[in-house]
Ligand binder design. Structure first.
Ligand SMILES: [Zn+2]
Length: 65
């Protein structure tokens, strides 16, 4: 039960953080990609890495595909 609660808290945290984050290039919304552990910008398609669960919103680190 404690594990379940922790998971819910984690997903709430992720959603709230992602609402605050925007693409540094175009200010577009960012969406997580659970399969690749990256977050992608829905506006320009750049993909940013997640390191230890923390989005790295550095343009030089972004992948365009
Ligand atoms: Zn973008």
């Amino acid at each position: 039960m404690d594990n379940q609660k922790a998971e819910i808290l984690n997903s709430d945290w992720d959603e709230r953080v992602l609402e605050l984050l925007v693409c540094p290039v175009c200010r577009g919304s960012l969406h997580p990609e659970p399969d690749t552990l990256r977050i992608s910008c829905i506006a320009c398609g750049r993909k940013y890495p997640l390191e230890d669960g923390i989005p790295v919103l550095i343009v030089e680190r972004a992948a365009s595909k």
